[in-house]
Design a protein around this ligand. Sequence first.
Ligand code: PMP
Length: 390
Amino acid sequence: STQPETVPAASLPLRPEIVGEEPYGAPQLDVPVQLNVNENPYPPSDAVVASVAAAVTEAARGLNRYPDREFRALRSALAVYLEREAGVTGLDADHLWAANGSNEVMLHLLQAFGGPGRTALSFAPTYSMYPEYARDTSTAWVAGRRAEDFTLDADHACELIARVRPSVVLLPSPNNPTGTALPLETVRRILDVARTSGPLDGTAGATDAADLPATSTVVVIDEAYAEFRREGTPSALTLLADNPHLAVTRTMSKAFGMAGARLGYLAAAPALVDALRIVRLPYHLSAVTQAVALAALAHTDELMGQVAGLRAERDALVDWFAEQGLDAVPSDANFVLFGRFADRDAVWTRLLELGVLIRQSGPDGWLRVSVGTPEETAAFKAALVEVLGA
Ligand code: PMP
């Protein structure tokens, strides 16, 4: 290792918020069955690999130049994809934004709309990166509660948003780690409250709070897993047209099977997108990344061809847990939260010893498993039966 053995931490002017913090991320272990980070288990086909390689070769010829800062070709292609996937119209490059994973897209959102004196809000249990975006942008963090069954109570959500006046609300649908999607009616009610629930930080001549103009809360619906949603669960993209304070984030990491390419994106009103263009680093999306994403998007049908099968595997897995007498949370994603175990750490460790890596996530007692190939799922089931029988 090139790391010094002892780090003289006292001499480094670490921001107080990051003292003692660990880097985020699940253990990266080389075991036969990896079902811990909700990837698509199917590698790209030879045809996709060939297209991507050709696109990268072409991009390589221009690597002496900086990439297209505005990547409008990619933004247009993403708009076309979203219109088709969600059955919406009216999206073009001006409504789209992209970055290195939807993680970076959401960091851009916090950089543009969060900051000192402001608050970001979500409802626990939820994706554990959200408080990190807040921390990294010196934004205060508030977490409301999800119900016992991990659904979101719309009254509680609206009341908390109106009271806290966050500048950003982060709502995954489906939620990680529970797989719970938000009914469109809940999103609508939250958007209505959010229209005027933003921070009272207007300055134009106001002398007391009553004079401050109302601002909106930016409502981020994180649809990283949306393509896995069940029949009848609509995308929040259908609400974009009426809501200039709505941002819907997506990613190529999950259903699209391109986690290694690092391409996340969002759709929102052009004014919201323009705010993100201010805070991004120049040339944040490399020419190679742009080429890979565009090449992959040309193979949408093929890449998405596995999604129906993964959905069916997911539903079967939920049923199987019930047959085993376990609790499993109904899921609109490509993973299932199951339990509950008196000692989940012991179950997780025993599975790992049998070559199956899953995730300790969510409230105590629960474990999360990603949907793999039928072979991987079978290996997981066999290992779990062995662990629980022992
Ligand atoms: N949102 C949620 C809810 C996630 O679970 C993840 C990945 N684990 C992401 C966003 C980020 O994914 P990526 O940066 O690969 O787009």
